[in-house]
Design a protein around this ligand. Structure first.
Ligand code: HEM
Ligand SMILES: *[C@@H]1O[C@H](CO)[C@@H](O)[C@H](O)[C@H]1NC(C)=O
Ligand SMILES: *[C@@H]1O[C@H](CO)[C@@H](O)[C@H](O)[C@H]1NC(C)=O
Ligand SMILES: *[C@@H]1O[C@H](CO)[C@@H](O)[C@H](O)[C@H]1NC(C)=O
Ligand SMILES: *[C@@H]1O[C@H](CO)[C@@H](O)[C@H](O)[C@H]1NC(C)=O
Ligand SMILES: *[C@@H]1O[C@H](CO)[C@@H](O)[C@H](O)[C@H]1NC(C)=O
Ligand SMILES: *[C@@H]1O[C@H](CO)[C@@H](O)[C@H](O)[C@H]1NC(C)=O
Ligand SMILES: *[C@@H]1O[C@H](CO)[C@@H](O)[C@H](O)[C@H]1NC(C)=O
Ligand SMILES: *[C@@H]1O[C@H](CO)[C@@H](O)[C@H](O)[C@H]1NC(C)=O
Ligand SMILES: *[C@@H]1O[C@H](CO)[C@@H](O)[C@H](O)[C@H]1NC(C)=O
Ligand SMILES: *[C@@H]1O[C@H](CO)[C@@H](O)[C@H](O)[C@H]1NC(C)=O
Ligand SMILES: *[C@@H]1O[C@H](CO)[C@@H](O)[C@H](O)[C@H]1NC(C)=O
Length: 349
């Protein structure tokens, strides 16, 4: 008994020492090649999962880019968007995410491959960031290195998702929402260019666009097409979707910016980018120079991927991207780290 409590005191000292090292560790920066030695195949395995999924359903590339965005804008890039709640009260259950978010199963497949290669090493938040990058690569022929080392959060609350920018927001509201996440007005315009791929559900545009039709800010022919596609009644969910970019819906190009001045922006929020004198010059510049937009787009994606990240000893490496680690398993792992071989049974021995 005496030696046991001495032993426990030692354990507590070690824990205290670990705790004292937290502040320094938590200031750690994300790094390109973070898994170079701990899991050298991590990025290749994620890419394989994304390539396979996109070959089967090309729309998943857009889904994965949006999944990373919706993760980063709520509680930072901590994979909180992936957490499943048995009672339907997680971020992913809220209207801005459900049922429109897609690609969860691709992240699960990537995680399974990565766990098999290097258990308990690669975070779900990093997998999301890699998968978004690979999706950009597959749809847009661009490539960028993803700084990594994010760790996963353990909180996901449905109401938080209502802080995501919605399709009815004005230019000023859009700019303010990005500013809250340290992104500039220009970066808002740059990242909105993601809408050059992907789809949208009727409820996201149809009713607001009736007001745009009255205002003369949407092409009447375009709205007529959308009216024909969608059921006319409000308030009823329909799974019907349309391409956000009517010209090249699966290619990450600068056509999004070319469509806006033609009154062919799908969402009110897209159209707002040309109705505001501060934002319009950015749209014009990206419509005129695709290379310029692509360069700025990858830089803005990297910046978005830095929002409120957990690093060092903060957060955890989730074992299942849909579920927070059981707290017993995380304490067992800490004991395992301190006394290799002791496992989770140490307290009972
Ligand atoms: C500027 C504020 C933004 C607003 C108001 C907005 C709004 C929307 C809406 C309403 C949809 C359609 C959802 C649906 O009904 O299915 C959508 C789709 C999409 N958004 Fe945004 N978005 C914004 C910014 C962004 C950013 C920053 C990114 C990525 C960096 C992004 C990437 C996408 C993608 C790829 C899709 C298509 C998703 C799919 O096909 O599954 N959006 N967005
Ligand atoms: C990982 O390796 C790449 C390529 O050699 C290098 O550029 C990068 O700095 C390395 N990152 C780390 C964290 O070691
Ligand atoms: C391919 O897509 C179909 C439906 O879109 C899905 O049921 C199936 O599981 C997918 N297969 C793979 C290997 O992802
Ligand atoms: C919903 O589930 C979460 C766990 O995912 C739990 O913490 C919470 O108390 C539950 N809420 C209700 C209202 O049952
Ligand atoms: C796509 O990514 C691969 C690396 O995974 C890179 O070699 C290739 O150059 C990228 N494509 C383009 C057009 O940049
Ligand atoms: C979630 O993480 C915080 C901070 O790391 C920790 O204090 C808390 O105990 C964790 N909660 C659960 C349910 O694991
Ligand atoms: C345009 O957007 C800027 C930046 O948010 C804002 O300050 C300005 O008031 C907006 N202009 C109009 C006319 O709404
Ligand atoms: C934005 O920047 C400020 C100042 O550098 C920092 O305190 C804050 O945490 C940042 N917020 C986000 C969401 O990154
Ligand atoms: C946007 O506005 C339209 C019409 O005013 C409304 O029917 C729709 O529910 C709103 N959508 C959102 C996401 O707020
Ligand atoms: C219609 O125009 C009015 C007045 O310019 C403006 O306040 C309103 O936001 C516009 N609505 C839409 C949906 O464009
Ligand atoms: C387009 O942008 C690229 C990248 O910034 C730049 O190098 C190039 O000169 C621009 N092209 C034109 C025609 O302005
Ligand atoms: C991961 O967690 C989810 C949500 O609890 C569960 O439905 C799923 O079966 C788990 N997956 C694995 C491989 O354990």
């Amino acid at each position: 008994m005496a030696s046991c409590s001495k032993w426990l005191a030692g354990l507590m000292l070690l824990a205290a020492a670990l705790a004292c090292s937290l502040p320094a560790a938590s200031r750690a920066q994300l790094q390109v090649g973070f898994y170079n030695t701990s899991c050298p195949n991590a990025e290749a395995l994620v890419r394989q999962a994304v390539v396979a999924a996109v070959a089967n359903n090309s729309g998943l590339a857009a889904g994965l880019i949006r999944l990373h965005f919706h993760d980063c804008f709520v509680r930072g890039c901590d994979a909180s968007v992936l957490i499943f709640s048995p009672n339907g009260t997680a971020e992913r259950d809220a209207a801005p995410n459900n049922p429109s978010l897609r690609g969860f199963e691709v992240i699960d497949a990537a995680k399974a491959a990565v766990e098999a290669a290097c258990p308990r090493t690669v975070s779900c938040a990093d997998i999301l960031a890699f998968a978004a990058r690979d999706s950009v690569n597959l749809t847009g022929n661009s490539f960028y290195q993803v700084p990594a080392g994010r760790r996963d959060g353990n909180v996901s609350i449905d109401t938080d998702a209502f802080t995501l920018p919605g399709p009815n927001l004005t230019a000023t509201q859009l700019v303010d929402g990005f500013k809250l996440r340290n992104l500039t007005a220009e970066e808002m315009v740059i990242l909105s260019g993601s809408h050059t791929i992907g789809r949208s559900h009727c409820a996201s545009f149809l009713f607001k666009n009736r007001e745009r039709l009255a205002n003369g800010t949407i092409s009447p022919a375009y709205q007529a097409l959308l009216e024909a596609l969608c059921p006319p009644t409000t308030g009823q969910f329909t799974p019907i979707t349309t391409a956000i970019d009517v010209s090249t819906p699966a290619t990450l190009d600068n056509n999004y910016y070319k469509l806006l001045p033609l009154n062919l922006g799908l969402h009110f929020s897209d159209d707002q980018l040309i109705r505001n004198a501060t934002l319009l010059p950015f749209v014009d510049a990206f419509a005129a120079n695709e290379t310029l937009w692509k360069e700025k787009f990858v830089a803005a994606m990297i910046k978005m991927g830095n929002i409120d990240v957990l690093t060092g000893a903060r957060g955890e490496i989730r074992l299942n991207c849909s579920a927070v680690n059981p707290s017993s398993s995380s304490s067992a792992r800490m004991i395992e780290t301190i006394f290799p071989g002791a496992g989770g049974e140490v307290a009972a021995s």
